[in-house]
Design a protein around this ligand. Structure first.
Ligand SMILES: Cc1cc2nc3c(=O)[nH]c(=O)nc-3n(C[C@H](O)[C@H](O)[C@H](O)COP(=O)(O)OP(=O)(O)OC[C@H]3O[C@@H](n4cnc5c(N)ncnc54)[C@H](O)[C@@H]3O)c2cc1C
Length: 277
């Protein structure tokens, strides 16, 4: 079963909601007065966006909790769902039950990872699941309740979610789960959630990045070996490079700007490298 993510609902006008939340903090006006200025267009959509984008560069994060997104997520494995529900703050889950839903004829939906297929073991996995399905069905027919028959179902079994998540939490989840260290299925789901947000609120969707994104930390805080192996690590400094640089600066160990550097600075227009002409 293919993974599917659908944005079901969201805060009506996320930029307006964020503008209101931030503006109330920084204005002598009452919320009603701010609202009046929005309604009579003294405060334009562009102005709200500009103000919100400037606030997003600060550490003032709590207003982001006032914007929410609701998603329907289907075709994900229980291996994924175990990880997903570890997120505790700013997110609410409803998940398909294996107690109240009985798989008819023992046919439970599941995911075979591409790595298993590539290893030539996809058919073996499918055959084992068919056996599990047959035994599941036998148990159900023998009167075993679904909540107990499910004990033999694999992590690969598919499940569905309806979730509500606020934007602050979605940023945090993206930090962790768009990182190449996260599991592929989680990266896939969060990428699809991001794409859905981009459709309705591109300015906010763009903020959803792995933690090394230029709108997030801007550097990698994973261990050095992981950074070396990361396919996008070459685009980001590792945290140790930043600290080493800072350390060298404090100890006066940075390379001196030498005569060649000064010559570049002093060069006449025609001799200067293109970017300083
Ligand atoms: C690459 C990767 C590998 C992982 N491997 C494992 C593993 O091997 N085993 C395992 O068990 N888990 C593992 N996890 C899950 C991980 O430990 C977290 O449970 C999960 O990422 C949820 O993160 P969170 O706690 O930051 O998120 P949330 O629960 O959404 O919390 C958000 C933030 O709120 C704050 N917060 C929440 N609760 C508390 C609290 N009680 N006290 C203080 N502050 C709080 C924290 O700042 C937290 O970051 C892994 C996660 C990743 C991304």
């Amino acid at each position: 079963m293919a993974i599917s993510v659908k944005l079901i609902d969201h805060t009506k006008d996320p930029i307006r909601a964020l503008y209101m939340a931030y503006r109330v903090c920084y204005s002598a006006l009452t919320p009603q007065q701010v609202l009046d200025r929005i309604d009579d267009e003294r405060i334009s959509q562009e102005k709200m966006l500009e103000f919100v984008e400037a606030r997003l560069l600060t550490g003032h994060m709590s207003p982001l909790e006032q914007v929410h997104f609701e998603f329907g997520i289907s075709g994900v494995s229980r291996a994924f769902s175990h990880q997903f529900v570890r997120h505790r703050i700013g997110i609410s889950f409803e998940q398909q039950s294996q107690r109240y839903v009985t798989y008819k004829g023992g046919a439970f939906p599941y995911t075979v990872p591409k790595t298993v297929e590539r290893a030539g073991l996809g058919d073996d996995m499918t055959a084992l699941f068919a056996q599990a399905g047959a035994l599941y069905e036998k148990m159900v027919e023998a009167g075993v309740p679904a909540e107990d028959a499910r004990f033999l179902l694999p992590n690969a079994t598919n499940t569905n979610f309806k979730i509500t998540v606020n934007f602050a939490s979605l940023l945090h989840i993206s930090d962790l789960r768009l990182c190449t260290r996260a599991q592929w299925e989680f990266r896939k789901v969060v990428s699809l959630m991001r794409a859905e947000v981009v459709k309705v609120a591109p300015e906010l969707g763009r903020q959803l990045q792995p933690k090394c994104g230029e709108r997030r930390l801007g550097y990698c805080d994973e261990d050095y070996e992981a950074w070396e192996e990361c396919p996008i690590g070459r685009k980001r400094p590792h945290k140790s490079e930043l600290f080493n640089l800072y350390d060298a600066y404090r100890k006066g160990e940075l390379d001196d700007l030498d005569a060649d550097d000064m010559a570049i600075i002093a060069a006449d227009n025609d001799d200067a490298p293109a970017f300083i002409r």
